[in-house]
Design a protein around this ligand. Structure first.
Ligand SMILES: Nc1nc2c(ncn2[C@@H]2O[C@H](COP(=O)(O)OP(=O)(O)OP(=O)(O)O)[C@@H](O)[C@H]2O)c(=O)[nH]1
Ligand SMILES: Nc1nc2c(ncn2[C@@H]2O[C@H](COP(=O)(O)OP(=O)(O)OP(=O)(O)O)[C@@H](O)[C@H]2O)c(=O)[nH]1
Ligand SMILES: [Mg+2]
Ligand SMILES: [Mg+2]
Lengths: 278, 293
């Protein structure tokens, strides 16, 4: 009769299904349910509506807790390195950010740091054209460190406000590729003290539990400080970012909601959680 | 891993004599957690556990001296069977040339790269493939396929961003007939399964080209959403098979089970790296092992 709340089994299974199919993962799901049980009294835990409401609030508060805005004025040029595994939307996201910040009157320069994948520099060049910004690029097969160096130099020389450096997609399990990323970071640091001021890890909303491992390993390698969650215009919910907020304290800066230059939104925890439950 | 978890579950039983149904259910609860952690879809896991439970509650397990091993064996066998063990999973190219092979899937899954891998593998089998860039939307997509073609010395049909993808494929077929290419590898743009206009574009390409193979390309790290995507692509196109990419990573690949469960179609090939020779035949038993961790 201690009044210890316990969500009833049927409701529990229903909530588990919602959270797990949203890719939160079992561990985070259990933590959230335990947190909800802690906050509710015995009789309250029997009210499905109330339980759901408290659960949403719990998720929103965890996301809000790690939320921190990206300060564009903290340095000039502000150097942003964009990293992530293959095909998640790094290059496209850079195109969108170039458009966003140019429309806000910022001078943006892009660095075509993917010198490995077929037509990667061409792809970024087209995005640069669309935003009306300079793109620093070398020939395919060139040293990505050299592109980083030139891009940093150019950003300073051209008095850019923001430098966005694209990098080749790479799996976090490939040690040599992660070393290459560290080298690129060191080159940026040497050229522009404090750079990169922001390291954005791009995650695909369709990815499951592996996104948590990606976040962990990229953070260990190159001090990721923000996330971009792409492809939220699909049916995947991207709930793994709740696990990432929980375990790694990383905030989502932006969400990608399509393939066009304007399909980018600042992250809104409330909207995100509401959409997850729909 | 699963063996350790089961040993923990069954260790409590040693000295208590016979195994009970409750013990088996505890073990199956562990299996459920393992599968969910591996990204197998929630409902697919439910169905799988129900299917395994009957065998697991059988006399040979309850009376066994090594019940943990028995349950694991059942789970592994069921999983491998579901993944398509014993099924033929080769590409069907038995048609009048040029045989069209169409690749489709979500954005970024690895279609363009896989088209290149396929072309190289077919060339090594003494076939004469033509790569067809039918993605007119993604910036430099056509250029990407052309670059890939140059790297492996396979011809790429010349298309332009303004053209209609169906017309591109039809023109490529005519070109292939005229010039003795025996296989057409159609690279299509990534698209959402909920984008009805773009899904209809795939239907039009399929209806006009009548591909021998319609291969759904899926990223091995896909999570719970795999069922929704695979089901839609299959319902709209009646895919002939699946290619799972980026298996060189450490994603457990539970999406493979979800995709199999919801489409019933064979997983034919797997992408094992970014290089164009990184394409392998799919092994159901190895996939089952990987999913179970
Ligand atoms: N629907 C949708 N598609 C997206 C979004 N962001 C990117 N894409 C698409 O995803 C695909 C891959 O995008 P890229 O920008 O090339 O991804 P990347 O991470 O740079 O890929 P690599 O450099 O090859 O590792 C493209 O087809 C993009 O149009 C998004 O928010 N929504
Ligand atoms: N590690 C690894 N990377 C792969 C594999 N297959 C493809 N990739 C990479 O995944 C990224 C996306 O590949 P693409 O071939 O551009 O994907 P796509 O499906 O054509 O993309 P869209 O046309 O934009 O839909 C590229 O960086 C590829 O090099 C694979 O098996 N392993
Ligand atoms: Mg890229
Ligand atoms: Mg492509």
């Amino acid at each position: 009769l201690s009044g210890h709340a316990r969500v009833d089994d049927d409701l529990l299974e229903e909530l588990e299904e919602v959270l797990i199919t949203a890719d939160l993962g079992m561990q985070t799901t259990r933590q959230l349910v335990a947190a909800v049980e802690e906050r509710l009294g015995r009789s309250e835990a029997a009210d499905p509506q109330l339980v759901r409401q408290v659960l949403k609030q719990e998720m929103i508060s965890r996301l809000t807790e790690v939320d921190s805005p990206l300060d564009l004025e903290q340095a000039s040029p502000l150097v942003i390195m964009v990293v992530g595994v293959n095909g998640v939307g790094k290059t496209t996201t850079i195109g969108k950010l170039a458009r966003l910040w140019t429309s806000r009157g910022k001078k943006v320069v892009l660095g075509a740091g993917d010198t490995f994948r077929a037509a990667a520099a061409e792809q970024l060049a087209i995005w640069g054209e669309r935003a009306g910004v300079d793109v620093i690029r070398h020939a395919e097969g060139a040293d990505p460190g050299a592109v980083a160096f030139d891009a940093a130099r150019a950003a300073v020389a051209r008095k850019a406000d923001i430098l966005l450096l694209d990098t080749a997609g790479r799996l976090h399990t490939k040690a040599n590729l992660m070393e290459e990323l560290k080298k690129i970071r060191r080159i940026l640091e040497r050229e522009i003290p404090g750079a990169p001021h922001e390291t954005l890890l791009v995650l695909d909303a369709t990815t499951g539990q592996n996104a948590l491992i990606q976040a962990r390993l990229f953070k260990e390698a190159v001090e990721v400080n923000g996330l971009v969650l792409t492809k939220l215009d699909g049916t995947a919910r991207g709930g793994i970012i709740v696990a990432i907020a929980n375990d790694l304290g990383l905030p989502v800066r932006f969400v990608g909601i399509g393939e066009g230059a304007d399909d980018l939104r600042p992250f809104d925890p409330e909207m995100f959680v509401r959409a997850l439950f729909e | 891993n699963l063996t350790e978890k089961f040993d923990t579950v069954f260790k409590k039983l040693r000295g208590r004599g016979r195994l009970s149904e409750e013990n088996i259910k505890d073990a199956l609860r562990e299996v459920r957690l393992v599968l969910l952690e591996a990204d197998v879809n929630f409902r697919v896991v439910k169905d799988f556990i129900a299917a395994v439970r009957d065998r697991a509650l059988g006399q040979d397990v309850l009376k066994s001296l090594t019940p943990a091993q028995q349950v694991i064996k059942i789970v592994r066998e069921e999983l491998a069977r579901l993944m398509g063990e014993g099924e033929a999973n080769t590409l069907d190219l038995a048609a009048r040339p040029p045989v069209p092979v169409m690749l489709c899937g979500l954005q970024g899954a690895g279609k363009t790269t896989t088209c290149g891998k396929l072309a190289l593998s077919l060339r090594r089998q003494k076939r004469n493939p033509l790569l067809v860039p039918a993605d007119i939307y993604r910036p430099a997509a056509i250029e990407q396929l052309k670059t890939v073609g140059r790297q492996i010395n396979v011809e790429v049909f010349d298309s332009q961003p303004g053209q209609d993808p169906v017309k591109i494929c039809e023109a490529a077929r005519a070109y292939a007939e005229l010039n003795g290419f025996d296989t057409l590898i159609l690279d299509t743009a990534g698209r959402l399964h909920i984008d009805s206009e773009l899904m209809q574009e795939l239907v039009r390409i399929r209806d006009s080209l009548e591909p021998r193979e319609i291969l759904f390309v899926a990223d091995a790290m896909t999570g719970q959403d795999a069922v929704n995507v695979a089901e839609s692509f299959n319902q709209v196109l009646d895919i002939s098979g699946v290619i799972l990419t980026k298996l060189d990573g450490d994603a457990r690949g539970g999406a493979a089970l979800s995709i199999r469960a919801v489409t019933g179609k064979p997983i034919k090939l797997v992408g094992m790296g970014e290089k164009l020779d990184a394409l392998e035949v799919f092994h159901p038993d190895r996939m089952a092992q990987r999913i179970l961790g």
